[in-house]
Design a binder for this molecule. Structure first.
Ligand SMILES: Cc1ncc(COP(=O)(O)O)c(C=O)c1O
Length: 464
């Protein structure tokens, strides 16, 4: 394929994509295929000779779509959503064509400056104070690792970067057990070590107990360990738990600990002022991550990290070898110094398209509808004795069990989930909560309707 062929193939891909999205609701959410069945259709070695694009495209159509789980399906209710509004898809098509590597202002002036402005726009959309700046990462995992590395370096007076952790007191990071496994990954990768992630017990509402947090910090100090930072959970993956940001940050300030708020999923809901109570006190945090690709409608990957003072992170992650020096570097932002990889995609364009194409009003309506309809579904399950809601809706997530009389609820729920996902009309996943096998119900796909969400109840009735 040559540049002159681009228009033809790109138009063909767009036409295919439009039909795909329009037809998705008529397909099962997950494919019914055996592991290995796709790989077995591909040759073991790459072709020596160029192949006909028609053949490549028809193989794609034959092999790929029916072997994919359709994340943009309006009845995808598993995990958390990974969205792709049409406006953000179009922006990504443009980015894919420009294909810039946005490590420095000089290598990508528009990308850098639009990223800065999108951070400002989102800061204002989420009601955060003006002193927050920030950057865009690929994933919340990377943003959290960046924050944990920053905690590490602040606690070690920036000695870790050059000397390693050798001969240093063990560092300690605190979180509740409701936080996502990306926190565990960050402490492992940062060299702090899993055993130094202290999981603080939660209260009846599954929020970290700040009295126990303070006790743990004092214990650690008494045992010659070095507290470094706290991860605050805003919308945990399992059941949507929220920590009390204010009380945790009060303790963090008392012991001069860095705080990172993981709002990867729930952060998008903060564009609606009525939900901001859920992270009251967040303006005092050092670092906050949220993924517009989860619930706001930006195509993955797009994870925004706000920083109250970026210097500590830049001092931790930034390096300026000779070959990256540029003339204007003191006047501009070189975002590679804020993030882990040197090479960066132009992720801000899809935010620019998204925010303009739907407006905050339109995006708020989508999120409010998801929450309202999920609560309506929860009500239906509450009034049906075959089901038991185990954790109530937190934003657009609740969990439930199937509780047929005389049967073991864990086993019955697990078997029901298998039947649901084999049926294919909807897609749900599970978690374990206080020893119970529960089904998580969460909605957030950009184009899902009330009818799509109510289909969950229809499927449950059909399969029980
Ligand atoms: C609360 C929370 N934090 C972090 C993550 C990790 O997100 P990412 O895939 O962007 O690394 C997830 C993923 O679902 C999550 O739910």
């Amino acid at each position: 394929m040559e540049i002159i062929d681009y228009k033809k193939w790109s138009n063909k891909a767009t036409e295919w994509g439009s039909n795909y999205l329009l037809d998705l609701k008529n397909k099962p959410v997950r494919p019914n295929i055996e592991p290995g069945s796709v790989a077995s259709l591909l040759p073991n070695t790459p072709p020596e000779e160029a192949e006909d694009p028609e053949l490549i495209f028809s193989d794609f159509e034959k092999i790929v779509p029916n072997a994919m789980t359709h994340w943009q399906h309006p009845r995808f209710f598993a995990y958390f959503p990974s969205n792709a509004s049409v406006a953000s898809i179009v922006a990504e098509q443009l980015v894919n064509t420009i294909a810039a590597q946005c490590m420095l202002w000089q290598t990508s002036p528009a990308a850098t400056e639009i990223e800065e402005v999108m951070i400002q726009w989102l800061r204002s959309a989420l009601g955060l104070p003006k002193y927050f700046s920030g950057t865009i990462h690929d994933a919340a995992t990377t943003a959290t690792l960046s924050a944990v590395l920053t905690m590490r370096e602040l606690a070690l007076n920036h000695k870790g970067l050059e000397q390693g952790l050798f001969e240093q007191k063990p560092l300690r990071i605190y979180s509740s057990a409701q936080t996502h496994s990306s926190i565990d990954k960050a402490v492992r990768l940062s060299g702090i070590g899993q055993n130094n992630l202290v999981k603080i017990k939660t209260d009846d509402n599954f929020a970290m107990r700040s009295d126990l947090l303070e006790e743990a910090i004092l214990d650690d100090i008494a045992n010659d360990l070095k507290p470094a930072g706290i991860i605050i959970c805003i919308g945990g993956t399992s059941i949507g738990a929220f920590d009390d940001v204010k009380s945790i940050i009060k303790i963090a300030k008392k012991y001069k600990l860095y705080t990172h708020v993981d709002a990867a999923w729930a952060g998008s809901a903060m564009i609606c002022p009525e939900y901001r109570l859920l992270w009251k006190g967040v303006e005092e945090a050092d670092s906050i991550v949220f993924n517009p690709h989860k619930w706001l409608g930006a195509q993955a990957d797009c994870s925004v990290q706000f920083l109250s003072n970026p210097t500590a992170q830049i001092n931790t992650l930034g390096l300026r070898p000779d070959y990256l020096q540029t003339l204007e570097q003191d006047e501009v932002t070189n975002f590679n110094e804020w993030t882990i990889p040197l090479g960066r995609r132009f992720r801000a364009l899809k935010l620019w398209f998204l925010l303009r194409a739907y407006g905050l009003k339109g995006l708020r309506e989508i999120i409010r509808n998801h929450i309202k309809w999920v609560e309506e579904l929860e009500e239906k399950l509450n009034s049906d004795s075959k089901f038991k809601v185990i954790t109530n809706s937190r934003l657009a997530l609740f969990t439930f069990q199937y509780v047929p009389v005389g049967e073991d609820a864990n086993q019955a729920t697990e078997e029901l989930l298998k039947r649901i996902n084999n049926d294919g009309t909807i897609y749900l996943t599970q978690t374990t909560h206080e020893g119970k096998f529960v089904i998580r119900m969460t909605a957030g796909q950009f184009y899902c309707t009330r009818e799509d969400i109510m289909t969950v109840y229809e499927v449950l009735k059909k399969l029980t």
